[in-house]
Design a binder for this molecule. Structure first.
Ligand SMILES: CC(C)(COP(=O)(O)OP(=O)(O)OC[C@H]1O[C@@H](n2cnc3c(N)ncnc32)[C@H](O)[C@@H]1OP(=O)(O)O)[C@@H](O)C(=O)NCCC(=O)NCCS
Length: 157
């Protein structure tokens, strides 16, 4: 099997939505247009992990402020003038592709992207009891919250 990470072409956003729907409860589902908006404001932060040419995992990141969470379902997005972190908005791996290192490869790519953009911090909202996963990458809890009705933890690094 050959794998690689690349910027997501616009016509793969429906596949992103399909992977998302296999990965999260409905309260958290965003439409393709919302992913497109994130891609518009920070194209290099919309990354797909491909196996034999098919998107099996994705990561959406963008510059942000580390003590703030980014809202879901944002139709008209703008980035902060003085970002201090790379915000990991969404990471999901199709169930059949989990446990193969896709998440680790995507997160490491995000770390490299932050360095290229002079961003020394990271921020994210962990859902589905993923805190222990994120702690493997050096994230620590900052605040508990409810995210679109789902229990969550704002984590920073
Ligand atoms: C959590 C998720 C991203 C992990 O993806 P994955 O491809 O299985 O992860 P990898 O194979 O790259 O594993 C990376 C490391 O994380 C560990 N890991 C994987 N899932 C984990 C979990 N649920 N809890 C704790 N550690 C986990 C692996 O053991 C591995 O550790 P190691 O390198 O020390 O052996 C994937 O299960 C997923 O997409 N879940 C649904 C969406 C989701 O909940 N995303 C995160 C919410 S913010």
């Amino acid at each position: 099997m050959s794998t690689n990470i690349k910027k997501i072409p616009a016509d793969d956003l429906d596949r992103v939505v399909a992977v998302q729907q296999l990965s999260y409860p409905q309260e958290l589902w965003e439409e393709a247009a919302i992913f497109h908006e994130k891609q518009r404001v920070f194209p290099e932060g919309a990354l797909g992990w491909y196996e034999d040419g098919i998107l099996q995992a994705y990561l959406f990141v963008h510059p942000w402020r580390k003590n703030e969470t980014a809202p879901l379902f944002t139709e008209n997005m703008s980035l902060p003038e003085k970002p201090d972190c790379l915000y990991i908005h969404d990471l999901a791996i199709a169930p059949a592709a989990r446990g193969k290192g896709a998440a680790r490869e995507l997160v490491n790519t995000a770390f490299a992207l932050a360095e290229q953009n002079g961003l020394a911090h990271f921020s994210l909202v962990a859902v589905q009891n993923s805190e222990s996963f994120w702690s493997k990458f050096g994230f620590t809890p900052y605040k508990s919250l409810t995210y679109s009705g789902v229990p969550a933890t704002h984590m920073v690094k």
